[in-house]
Design a protein around this ligand. Sequence first.
Ligand SMILES: Cc1cc2nc3c(=O)[nH]c(=O)nc-3n(C[C@H](O)[C@H](O)[C@H](O)COP(=O)(O)O)c2cc1C
Length: 191
Amino acid sequence: VILETIVTTRDAGGRVNVAPMGVVDQGDAVILRPYRETTTYRNLLAVPYAVIHLIDDTAIYARSALGEYEAEWVPAAAVPGAVLTAACSWIEVSVAGREESEERATIRCQVVHRGRYRDFVGYNRARNAILEATILATRTRFLPVDDLWRDLRRLEVIVAKCGDQPERETMAFVMEHVRRVAGDQRATSRS
Ligand SMILES: Cc1cc2nc3c(=O)[nH]c(=O)nc-3n(C[C@H](O)[C@H](O)[C@H](O)COP(=O)(O)O)c2cc1C
């Protein structure tokens, strides 16, 4: 099963990057599949360590995927990496091998350490909808714009119905991002 997680990596200068990534947890190994244009991918080549977090605050997924996210973190225990203080639990890994035959790289990582702060509270429909909306928003440039808005509006209804104020604010942030990027795209194609 693919788990949706938040991955921290570092560049050669030590700067921490935070991004949502799906991973497969195999026990002593974890598989990551980053697109090659992501900072996560470039960082994993430069500094072959990552920290993979289970986090129940979905705002972190949206904000780290779609904008600059200033994360609070502490040094990892067993790798030169960053553990987010918002994490429920985390896995510290080192890159063991990679395969690059597809658009997405397959990066096999060795588990070095597992840590835990607290229980994972769980998701409700609004939080699931935010994850789905965030994934759509990361694909704004590739998806047919009418399909994109139809799907986002459907998810917005779920967030309005099942979410609290923080979820509504996060959904508004996602919609604003798509409006800006889709708008830019139309402006560019006219010029
Ligand atoms: C729940 C979720 C799962 C995602 N999984 C992946 C993934 O497995 N691989 C990938 O390349 N991008 C994935 N993305 C999209 C990246 O998070 C997004 O492109 C992000 O901007 C990459 O950040 P970076 O360039 O800082 O690494 C996912 C996004 C979300 C919201």
